[in-house]
Structures are given as structure tokens and as C-alpha cells.
Design a binder for this molecule. Structure first.
Ligand SMILES: Cc1cc2nc3c(=O)[nH]c(=O)nc-3n(C[C@H](O)[C@H](O)[C@H](O)COP(=O)(O)O)c2cc1C
Length: 267
């Protein structure tokens, strides 16, 4: 269980806990795994608070952050406002969402109202993400992970110059090759079971394919993700050659998670 990646990161076992909840991140790290804060949706100010909170609780143990910086963001750094982006959502898409929620008796009366939690899309562009990373680099993070696509080259080199590993979610051989060529250190091979945002290939098929695609890149480690929630599943993924596992859903029902009681009951 004490793989090369454990030694690189200074963790006891290769269990990576992805969560948007800081308590889960700190708990996974304190237990000997590696907590990763999902920072999508946070502002730089909120990120500062969350990372300060985690740092104060992990007593020097390692943790990381995950951001979403799409490689092909439309109008990458142009000044498109969020209102303009919203106005491009087709009426049919909105009515589909409304119908779906209504069918499940969920109130849709304020569905399209502006809320304080609305995401600021500028943070998903390279310049905005850089602002987030400037905050992150004030803290002893040990890994930065990009949720979608190849991380920008400038961010990879900045992270490496600070001794921070760079990871990327990976859903196919093609993604794996592109990440490897860009200099990514850790590929999170996320099967379709991981909510599908990386693609539809099942974890048990994807992990060996990713490992095969990066043969020859000796310093890259591959984590398995998607549908993993038990020790035996973790052992199975490592038997396939994964350096460890990256789990998300399993934390949703834990006492540390901010998940609502209704969802916890259903888990
Ligand atoms: C509630 C939730 C939110 C997620 N948000 C993100 C995200 O912002 N960035 C990201 O890289 N992955 C995100 N993921 C996916 C996880 O990184 C991970 O790939 C996935 O949870 C693994 O599959 P599992 O849920 O079956 O363990 C999210 C997962 C969950 C459950």
C-alpha cells in the first residue's frame, strides 16, 4: 500500500479524498490519506479561509486542491460576462431542467434567480485560476489537480517550481497521452462511474488503458476513481496497477460532510 506516490507526498496509504467540504479534507489527511479540496465555486477570498482552516487542523500533514480550468473555454480570456453566458442557454435546456425537478416535486419558483452562490466563470479561465492559485500557494499544498483538460503550461511550471505535484482527471487514453506530454505527474483515471464528467469508459476498463497509454513515462502515477468505496475495491484497483484510489461520493454520507440530512438518509 505504501506506493511511490505515498513517499512523494508523505502519506501513509494511497487513499485520496476529494471533497468540497473542508472537514472531510482535513479528516482524510489526518487519518493518513490525502485530502483534496474541491475549490470550484469558491472565490479567492473563500479559498483563503478554507485553506487556512485546513492548514490549522492537519498539523503539517499534506493536502491538495482541485480547480476546474477547461482547456478550451469558449472565448478563453475575453471579457464575456456571466450574464451573456447565461443568456446563451437555450430555452429548451431550461425547460428540461424545470420539468425534471417538477416531476420530482422540487420547487422551481426561484430556480433562475441570481444567488450569492452563483459561480464566477472568470475563475475558470487561466487568469482567474491564477488568482485562485496565488491564494493556494500561500498554503503548504502538495498537489494541484485540474478537473477538466490539460492544466495550462504556466500553471504546471509554477507548481513544479514550488515542489507541488500536478494532477489531472483523465477519462480516456487520449486524455492520458495529452496529460503525460504536458508534464502532469498524477493521472486520476476517472471511469464513467465517477459521475461521467470525464467520459463513459468504466473504471475497470479505463485504469489498465491509461496505464498502457503512459508506458514509458516512468514518473507518472495513476490513481483509480469512480465507484470505489471499499478496501477490497481499492485493493482490486491497485492489483490493476493503480498507485492508489481517488474517491468522492463515499464521503458524502460521512458525519464530517456538509451534505443535507435528507441526502445522507438516502445514501
Ligand atoms: C458531489 C461531488 C462533486 C464533485 N465535484 C468535482 C469537482 O469539482 N472537480 C473534480 O475534479 N471532480 C469532482 N467530482 C468527481 C470526483 O473528483 C471523483 O472523480 C469522483 O467522485 C469519483 O467517483 P466516486 O464518486 O464514485 O468516488 C465530484 C464528485 C462528487 C461526488
Amino acid at each position: 500500500m505504501n506506493t511511490r506516490l505515498c513517499k512523494k507526498l508523505g502519506i501513509e496509504f494511497p487513499l485520496f479524498g476529494f471533497s468540497h467540504c473542508r472537514d472531510v479534507v482535513a479528516e482524510v489527511t489526518n487519518a493518513g490519506g490525502f485530502g483534496v479540496l474541491g475549490a470550484v465555486g469558491l472565490t479567492p477570498e473563500k479559498l483563503d479561509v478554507e485553506l487556512g482552516w485546513i492548514t490549522d487542523r492537519v498539523n503539517g500533514k499534506p493536502f491538495g486542491i482541485d480547480l476546474l480550468i477547461p482547456e478550451k473555454m469558449l472565448d478563453k480570456d475575453a471579457n464575456t460576462t456571466d450574464a451573456e453566458l447565461k443568456s446563451r442557454i437555450r430555452v429548451g435546456h431550461k425547460s428540461y431542467v424545470e420539468d425534471l425537478l417538477r416531476r420530482h416535486q422540487i420547487d422551481t419558483s426561484d430556480l433562475w434567480d441570481e444567488t450569492a452562490d452563483d459561480r464566477d466563470s472568470s475563475l475558470m479561465r487561466e487568469s482567474g485560476a491564477t488568482r485562485m492559485l496565488e491564494v493556494a500557494f500561500k498554503y503548504p499544498i502538495k498537489m494541484f489537480v485540474n478537473a477538466l483538460g490539460v492544466p495550462p503550461a504556466s500553471i504546471i511550471s509554477e507548481a513544479h517550481s514550488r515542489g507541488i505535484l500536478v494532477g489531472a482527471l483523465t477519462g480516456s487514453r487520449r486524455h492520458a497521452t495529452k496529460h503525460a506530454q504536458a508534464g502532469v505527474d498524477v493521472l486520476v483515471a476517472a471511469g464513467g462511474e465517477a459521475g461521467g464528467h470525464c467520459g463513459e469508459i468504466a473504471t475497470i476498463v479505463l485504469v489498465p488503458e491509461v496505464l498502457q497509454a503512459i508506458e514509458g513515462y516512468d514518473n507518472i502515477d495513476v490513481l483509480a476513481a469512480g465507484g470505489i468505496a471499499t478496501g477490497s475495491q481499492m485493493a482490486a484497483c491497485m492489483a490493476m496497477g493503480a498507485a492508489g484510489v481517488w474517491c468522492g461520493s463515499v464521503w458524502l454520507a460521512t458525519s464530517e460532510a456538509e451534505t443535507t440530512p435528507t441526502v445522507k438518509e438516502k445514501c
